[in-house]
Design a protein around this ligand. Structure first.
Ligand code: C2E
Ligand code: MG
Ligand code: MG
Length: 718
């Protein structure tokens, strides 16, 4: 090994100062003269100290390379133990990261160029070299090799990151339109690395058609420089043909003119996040029982239909409101799970009537709404309403029960006056309500503006009613109840009247239903009970008799539903010093059916305390005779419609006779309501009906009239 130090005699420190840089150089050169020349040239270089190791054979050079790594290798091609390109290959394969400069003769220049292509950093023609050229070549070779290494390392790091990451990577050359997809990108879609090429359409063609527009819009926006980065969530088709939710993020690389020439980014699997989001959305927009859209989604769909209809006048649509009749009874009598099953079956049956594009939603409980799009006119809608009614009328089979139900249907046609979905739903609801309350109706009703007016009137009535409670505008009237055998007054039925400031004295039929629906009946009902108790107490003082007079009060289901209704009524009786037996509560059949088991329990409690119970309007409800077995009433009031039929035909008599007979069998008192004629009275006597009430005896009257009547006890009883 020849080592030549140009500055012998100087100290280490000084040398380090003089030569801030030391380059370890391996020279493999078998011609001593050439080697000598290079050494001289290197020694002439200023500021760099070359630490030269010189060997003459390739094998010796390789030995050194195995032991340490020089900064650079100067390599002669033709050596005693190797020649030509093979010499370079041996060195390069042993130390691929060490820069190699080929020292060559003019005649070997071709081969040297070839070696450079294979990875040599440079070549120098021996005879043309001078000190500057040599030192520059060495410096560049080292630098170039260094930056190549840095790049390689960064690439390796990148590759490591890409392979290790859960995300797929794409790198898109915008000039050639080819994309490098990482193995993970491909495997996320279920492909082996070799199964997906580098065409950009390998990606784009797999995007779900519904998501493609927004994907490409986001991409273009970024390529055009309108967004900071590209980001898009979309469904990508996998090898199995299924689509999965993916998120792509990316960044374009631009030239100095701002034109993008490359874009790279990631592909992330967001399918589980999307699934969770979809689940939440389903819960927010769909009814959990039937899976149908709920009110929120319905409103959204109607609003959209309205937008279309505003732009295209031909795009007519109708909103159909469907409400099952007396669904509550099914729930109460057969249980909620049967009720739920029935609703599911109803929704399936109605769903099968739909055409594509129609919306079918469940609002609450037993209320459904259909939106019929593209309708050709009113008859198409009424035909459809009839189809709905007919399909619901067919019996349902739920948990071994055969259930027959009916429905009420209301229709509102879209017109330009509607601005919000809620308005058209409200009108369909009004029409539905109208059809439900119309006696002997066809089952459906089309909304018209007159209905709207009646609703407005109804709303006014509601506010008036609330005010009437505060202002004490109600009065009680009393109608006598007569014992047919003796003609004596046994008691009175208390019947409410409303002294309306503008409309005069109003009978209950013009306000009781609204009071029931709005709940105003509760304060009214308590007021009526209180009045009846006060009056009964007064009569007992003024007109003592045996047995004492009784007063019957009609009691609403809403009042009976109050939690502490029983103790409150008993306290009321006590407060007025009455015996419970003289207060009679009148309950209609329907009300009992509607309010269920709990109110039945409350009625028994009242009865045990001595309060008498009358079943009112008997025969008009839907429970009829069988219901009498379940609950023991004190009196049964035959509805005036049956009494009105007496004398009209044989059936009229038969029915009343049967009811009277049945009641006496069950040990119940009977009161015939609505007796208007002498004939009716006679018939009732003939069939031994014990008591009666009606215009024939007296109309409901004010207290002072009732007082007069009691004083004289003069009633027409024959
Ligand atoms: P209801 O309990 O069946 O009362 C009998 C109804 O028949 C009364 O009507 C009475 O005036 C009427 N009526 C009596 N005799 C005849 C007759 O010979 N012919 C005809 N056509 N009708 C007769 P009103 O007073 O209009 O009461 C109607 C309904 O309003 C009552 O029917 C009852 O259900 C309800 N109601 C009345 N007052 C109250 C009350 O204070 N509270 C509650 N919750 N409901 C009440
Ligand atoms: Mg009554
Ligand atoms: Mg009645």
């Amino acid at each position: 090994m020849k080592d030549r130090d140009p500055d012998q005699g100087t100290s280490q420190e000084e040398r380090a100062h003089m030569f801030p840089e030391t380059i370890n150089l391996l020279m493999v050169e078998d011609t001593p003269a050439e080697a000598e020349l290079v050494q001289i040239m290197l020694s002439e270089v200023r500021r760099v100290r070359y630490n030269v190791t010189h060997v003459e054979r390739l094998s010796a050079g390789l030995d050194i390379l195995r032991r340490r790594t020089p900064d650079v290798v100067l390599l002669d091609f033709n050596l005693p133990d190797s020649s030509g390109l093979e010499t370079f290959r041996s060195v390069h394969s042993l130390a691929p990261h060490v820069p190699v400069i080929i020292l060559t003769n003019l005649k070997d220049e071709e081969m040297a160029i070839y070696a450079v292509r294979q990875g040599a950093q440079d070549y120098l023609v021996k005879r043309e070299v001078d000190s500057n050229l040599l030192s520059r070549a060495i410096r560049y070779a080292i630098e170039r090799c260094g930056s190549e290494r840095a790049l390689r390392e960064s690439e390796e790091r990148y590759a490591l990151a890409v392979n290790g990451a859960n995300d797929g990577i794409w790198d898109w050359n915008l000039q050639s339109n080819s994309v490098h997809f990482s193995a993970r990108w491909k495997s996320m879609q279920g492909y082996e690395p070799g199964e997906i090429g580098d065409d950009v359409n390998e990606w784009f063609d797999r995007i779900h058609p519904d998501d493609a527009p927004q994907f490409h819009a986001a991409l273009s926006a970024h390529l055009e420089g309108k967004t900071e980065h590209f980001e898009s969530e979309y469904r990508l088709r996998s090898k199995t043909g299924y689509y999965f939710w993916r998120l792509s993020r990316g960044l374009a690389v631009r030239d100095q003119g701002g034109r993008p020439y490359r874009m790279a980014g990631s592909l992330t699997d967001i399918s589980s996040r999307k699934a969770a989001e979809e689940q939440l959305q389903r819960e927010a927009l769909y009814d959990s029982l039937t899976g149908l859209p709920n009110r929120a989604l319905l409103i959204d769909r109607i609003n959209r239909a309205m937008e279309v209809a505003r732009r295209r006048p031909k795009a007519e649509f109708a909103v159909v409101y469907i409400d099952l009749d007396r669904f509550k009874i099914i729930n109460d009598s057969l249980g909620h799970s049967v009720g739920d099953d029935l609703l599911v079956q109803v929704s399936e049956r109605l769903g099968s009537l739909l055409r594509p594009g129609d919306t079918f939603a469940r609002l609450v409980s037993d209320e459904f709404v259909l939106v019929l799009g593209d309708i050709g006119g009113l008859t198409e809608v009424t035909d459809f309403a009839e189809q709905i009614l007919e399909s619901i009328r067919k019996p349902f089979e739920v948990s071994a029960h055969e259930i027959r139900i009916t429905a009420s249907v209301g229709v509102a046609m879209y017109t330009r006056k509607y601005e919000r979905a809620e308005e058209i739903i409200r009108d369909a609801d009004i029409a539905m309500y109208r059809s439900k309350t119309a006696e002997g109706g066809r089952g459906y009703e089309i909304f018209n503006s007159e209905m709207h007016q009646s609703v407005v009137a109804l709303l006014r009535l509601e506010t008036d009613l609330r005010r009437a409670v505060e202002r004490n505008e109600f009065v009680m009237y009393y109608q006598p109840i007569v014992i047919l055998e003796t003609g004596r007054i046994t008691g009175f039925e208390a019947l409410i009247r409303w002294q309306h400031p503008e409309r005069g004295l109003l009978a209950p039929q013009s306000f009781i239903t609204v009071a029931e629906e709005t709940g105003v009946i509760v304060p009214i009902g308590w007021w009526a009970l209180e009045q009846a108790c006060v009056q009964l107490r007064n009569w007992h003082r003024q007109f003592p008799m045996t047995p004492p007079l009784s007063v019957s009060v009609n009691i609403s289901g809403k009042v009976l539903n109050e939690r502490d209704v029983v103790p409150k009524i008993l306290a009321l009786i006590q407060r007025h010093g009455l015996t419970p037996q003289n207060l009679r509560l009148e309950i209609t059949e329907n009300m009992i059916m509607d309010s269920g088991e709990i109110s039945k329990g409350k009625l028994s409690e009242l009865q045990k305390a001595g309060v008498k119970l009358n079943i009112d309007d008997f025969g008009t409800g839907y429970s009829s005779l069988s219901y009498l077995q379940n609950f023991k009433y004190d009196s049964l009031k035959i509805d005036k419609s049956f009494v009105g039929n007496l004398g009209k035909d044989a059936n009229g008599l038969a029915i009343v006779q049967t009811i009277v007979g049945l009641a006496s069998l069950l040990n119940m008192n009977v009161i015939a309501e609505g007796v208007e004629t002498a004939d009716q009275l006679r018939t009732l006597r003939d069939i031994s009906c014990p008591q009666a009430q009606g215009f024939w005896f007296a109309e409901p009257m004010s207290i002072s009239h009732a007082d007069g009547l009691l004083a004289k006890q003069s009633l027409r009883v024959h």
